[in-house]
Design a protein around this ligand. Sequence first.
Ligand SMILES: Cc1cc2nc3c(=O)[nH]c(=O)nc-3n(C[C@H](O)[C@H](O)[C@H](O)COP(=O)(O)O)c2cc1C
Length: 223
Amino acid sequence: MTMSQVDAAVRDPASVVAAIESRFSCRAFSPDRPVSREHVEEILRIASCTASSTNTQPWKVYVLQGERRDALVAQVCAAHDATRANSSLTAEYGEVDGYYPSEWVSPYIDRRRQNGWTLYGHLGIEKGDKDKMHAQGQRNYRFFDAPVGLMFTIDRVMGRGSLIDYGMFLQTLMLAARASACTPAPRQRGTTAQRSSCHSSMRAPTKCWCAAWRWATRTSPRR
Ligand SMILES: Cc1cc2nc3c(=O)[nH]c(=O)nc-3n(C[C@H](O)[C@H](O)[C@H](O)COP(=O)(O)O)c2cc1C
């Protein structure tokens, strides 16, 4: 650590707080407002300053824009539609194992339900409206129209501790994006198809776990 690092940490605390407090999960983006490669690289550079246990830096990021982004979106949406038409594909294309607890308990289940009711309420989706729920699910896979999608992977040999490092990396990245007027949004929703596509189209290691995020230059109203 240098003296300039110490000074920089206290020089503008208000903007740090502003970046944290202004972050929110955006679910509507402008596809026609691109984010430049330099901009993406700078945010990733800042995020790479994140601490990790024994400096292992377990993160690996794939940046999707343009045709590669569109191709992945098309593949995943097709898999999503196929799963709906044929429920036996759910096992093949299901959500990431172990992301959620096998049994939900209070207070987490209450918060989860409240979150769902609030979101679907805003979207005008009533309980049981499967068409609208499917369409909203698919908006996730379309990165909510954001022009940039980031796929994050971790090598399966890494342990649970590395997921703590990863969470810190992702939060740092979101705050770095906020600091440059980008609106990042986390998303775990991903199918096996999405992970498979990630492996083949981006030559990711075959043994990896991944989640997806995206960002754009425009925001939507908070929740
Ligand atoms: C790791 C992670 C994954 C998420 N996955 C999704 C998702 O798949 N779809 C979605 O609409 N929101 C997703 N969210 C957003 C959360 O619902 C949101 O963070 C939470 O409701 C709090 O709202 P806020 O981020 O606007 O403060 C995710 C958030 C995190 C941290």
